[in-house]
Design a protein around this ligand. Structure first.
Ligand SMILES: Nc1ncnc2c1ncn2[C@@H]1O[C@H](COP(=O)(O)OP(=O)(O)OP(=O)(O)O)[C@@H](O)[C@H]1O
Length: 393
């Protein structure tokens, strides 16, 4: 005999497509009612993609506790906003930003945020005007790493000013919400959120805006990647072969979206002993060289496991700024130099021409997203560029 509690318990096992968390953990399950043989479940979801709803329908109706029950599922989705000013035919969403660099990883915990912070500061130290947008909405830790936890945001009119640390402008959901209050974002529309973070934040003129992406390569990442014009992608990975498989997915995502790959950062590549400073191989150093070759790109840097990197992250004192003579700081500086050269080599390519830009809340995989891409590709072909299609299926 089933009951609401049993159904809710089983719903906890259903992951939101593209994420490791369940629909219950995200707070997407709003209501479960059981009346005799009829069950009504009300869900808020953040994607307009029909395949996301279809996947959830399939998994929910297959639950053991719902077998033999008439199930009615109601999905509340973000409203699709067709042809906004930032859509393909419209203007760049943040024209004062010259280059957007997306930092991604195939899986969590490989050091994506650490890389973003140190690379951004290294780039600023080389004279560039730099910002970081922390798009890791469900685990925003850039504020802590930049020493900005608890700092107040200044509001000008109806817009917020980014904070600044170590010469880098920073905005993150972690700054806009109270510390430890991630629950506020339950059910929020993450695709729309990222666009608001670009549009409703008073970004100054920037040479480079780094976007720290949520880990993974699901529909959410795909759609985010198409929400802004991206000049370059950076993949962060650890050197173990299992991590490289996830990395390939991330590099494939860039390829599908026509995002030029600036390079791979091999993080936790070897260990530097804090006392004798010798570097020893732990996870297999240098495996990214082969991967880079396969994807016709370069390794931007091999960053060792260095206790000072973690301490710098935890204390908000990034190693590249506070310990510039360390091996890791020097490698970040070289990586920044390589990135700047890459971006300079792409100078003739305008941001908006790089890949289609999806309107808020429209999934790159949805029929509408596909249509937008087709139109974009047609336009690319007529202007002589490759236009091979994003290939998403
Ligand atoms: N090269 C390194 N040496 C030592 N510690 C490191 C190194 N790189 C990252 N770390 C530490 O590993 C932990 C995870 O790093 P980080 O938060 O940057 O990963 P992430 O990929 O952004 O994670 P998430 O998936 O949660 O966004 C942090 O405590 C960080 O300080």
């Amino acid at each position: 005999m089933t009951n609401v509690e049993i159904i809710k318990k089983e719903l906890e096992n259903i992951k939101y497509p593209g994420f490791a968390k369940s629909i219950v953990e995200f707070g997407f399950v709003k209501e479960v009612q059981l009346d005799g043989n009829n069950c009504f479940i009300n869900l808020d979801i953040t994607s307009t993609a029909p395949e996301v709803e279809a996947q959830l329908r399939k998994e929910i109706t297959a639950l053991k506790s719902l077998s033999g029950i008439n199930v009615t599922l109601n999905f509340n989705k973000p409203k699709e906003q067709v042809q906004q000013s930032n859509s393909v035919s419209g203007k760049n969403i943040a024209p004062q930003i010259k280059k957007v660099v997306m930092v991604s990883s195939g899986k969590g915990g490989v050091g994506k945020s650490t890389t973003t912070v140190n690379l951004a500061i290294a780039t600023a130290m080389q004279g560039k005007r730099v910002g970081i947008l922390d798009a890791d909405i469900y685990g925003p830790n850039i504020p802590r790493m930049m020493g900005l936890n608890g700092k107040e945001v200044e509001i000008v009119g109806d817009k917020a000013k980014p904070l600044n640390a170590y010469g880098v402008d920073v905005m993150s959901m972690g700054i806009l919400m109270e510390e430890g209050q991630a629950l506020i974002w339950r059910g929020a529309m993450i695709m729309k959120a990222i666009q608001q973070l670009l549009r409703d934040i008073l970004w100054e003129e920037l040479d480079i805006l780094f976007i720290d992406m949520p880990p993974g390569t699901g529909d959410a990442q795909l759609t985010l990647a198409q929400s802004v014009p991206v000049s370059a992608g950076i993949n962060v990975t650890t050197p173990q072969h299992v991590a490289l498989d996830d990395s390939r997915r991330s590099l494939d995502m860039f390829k599908k979206l026509h995002i030029p790959v600036a390079g791979i950062v091999e993080n936790m590549s070897g260990f530097i002993c804090p006392s004798c400073k010798t570097e020893s191989d732990i996870f297999g150093m240098g495996t990214c060289e082969e991967l880079a070759k396969q994807y016709n790109t370069q390794v931007l840097g091999n960053l060792p496991i260095e206790p000072a990197i973690r301490e710098g992250g935890d204390s908000g004192k990034p190693i590249v700024y506070f310990n510039p003579e360390s091996i890791s700081a020097k490698r970040y500086m070289i990586a920044a130099d390589k990135l700047i050269s890459f971006l300079n080599s792409q100078d003739e390519v305008s941001n908006a021409a790089i890949q289609p830009i999806m309107p808020a809340g429209v999934s790159a995989c949805s029929p509408e997203g596909q249509k937008i891409k087709e139109e974009h590709e047609k336009a690319q072909k007529s202007s002589g560029s490759c236009g091979t299609g994003c290939g998403c299926h």
